[in-house]
Design a protein around this ligand. Structure first.
Ligand code: PSU
Ligand code: MN
Length: 307
């Protein structure tokens, strides 16, 4: 895989020296937001990570390479490319051989971040089991089960069947760690009525669980769920009605495969008059910040003392 990866110099340097790095996905840039909001968000998320003294590494596909870390020019090209593929695991070979531009899902980002030795990854919400079609299970779930990274999210996307998604996470051996919450957040909302496995109060506790889990050879991800910020989070009842409407529209229009998630997110955003989008942007920043704080506790600098 290494010959297909282009590491941004700053990311390369950080990884060589054992400095903390946080991976960021790019499906949110290519399929989540319109231009120019998508480039602005990509920059902001990187800046949020930097503000915590950590190096950001946005993962994306450009020119027949997997890029780990983007230059400002790369970000611009990714956001404006006329044809962009949403790259999950099965698409990696296809998009590289065709030299297409692509944004990475949680599954693809995890796979790539692990290959280069990154230990923490921030996203908005993971994929999972879809409503009304229980065989539509995101490749995010099996990938979480076999990739040892800390993944910070605001739970699974609320458009999904959350109880079923939690059951599959349990089957797959993925611990669900609530960050200052007892409840699994529902992406746009702080509450879902569903319990997490454990509640922690600090980034250090997350790092501790991760280190021990991996020392015990359980090479799954640690899914940290971070409730969306209260000032933009939406009450569950408000958003649920809109989600149900969007799910039925998707069924009626025969939306299938990788298009289901972007379709539902866009419809919920339109139906909520942009309120859900505001919540989505705020929780992305919130997750990037927490991921960076956790990364500090998971790194071992190779040159601690300099002459
Ligand atoms: N954000 C979006 N659209 C998306 C995604 C995020 O606005 O499509 C991606 C996420 O990266 C997540 C993936 O990993 O959707 C899940 O999609 P699927 O259900 O097709 O596996
Ligand atoms: Mn799917």
């Amino acid at each position: 895989m290494k010959q297909h990866i282009r590491l941004y110099p700053e990311v390369h340097h950080a990884l060589e020296n054992g400095y903390p790095v946080v991976a960021l996905e790019s499906a949110v840039i290519t399929h989540g937001l319109p231009y120019p909001e998508n480039v602005q968000l990509a920059e902001e998320l990187e800046q949020t990570v930097r503000n915590e003294g950590v190096i950001p590494a946005t993962v994306a596909f450009l020119d027949g390479y997997i890029q780990v870390g983007l230059s400002p020019e790369d970000r611009q090209r990714l956001a404006t490319a006329p044809h962009k593929r949403k790259v999950s695991l099965r698409d990696i070979g296809i998009v590289l051989s065709r030299k297409e531009a692509g944004g990475t899902t949680v599954a693809a980002t995890l796979q790539i971040a692990h290959q280069v030795g990154i230990k923490v990854f921030a996203t908005g919400g993971i994929g999972g089991v879809h409503r009304e079609s229980p065989f539509d299970v995101s490749a995010d779930l099996p990938t979480l089960s076999r990739t040892p990274l800390v993944v910070v999210s605001a739970g699974a996307k609320a458009i999904l069947d959350l109880p079923a998604t939690l059951e599959v996470l349990e089957t797959m051996g993925v611990p669900v760690v609530g960050y200052r919450t007892d409840e699994f957040p529902a992406f746009y909302s702080r509450e879902s009525g569903l319990p997490v496995n454990v509640r922690v109060e600090s980034p250090q506790e997350v790092a501790e669980i991760a280190k021990i889990q991996w020392e015990c050879q359980v090479n799954s991800a640690i899914l940290v769920v971070n409730p969306p910020p209260a000032d933009t989070a939406l009450p569950r009842e408000t958003i649920e009605a809109l989600i149900q409407k969007a799910v039925h529209e998707a069924l009626d229009q025969g939306v299938r495969g990788a298009e289901v998630t972007p379709f539902l997110l866009a419809r919920v955003s339109a139906l909520s008059g942009g309120e859900s989008l505001k919540a989505n942007l705020a929780l992305l920043r919130n997750n990037a910040r927490l991921a960076a704080q956790i990364a500090h506790h998971l790194y071992t600098p190779r040159h601690q003392f300099r002459a």
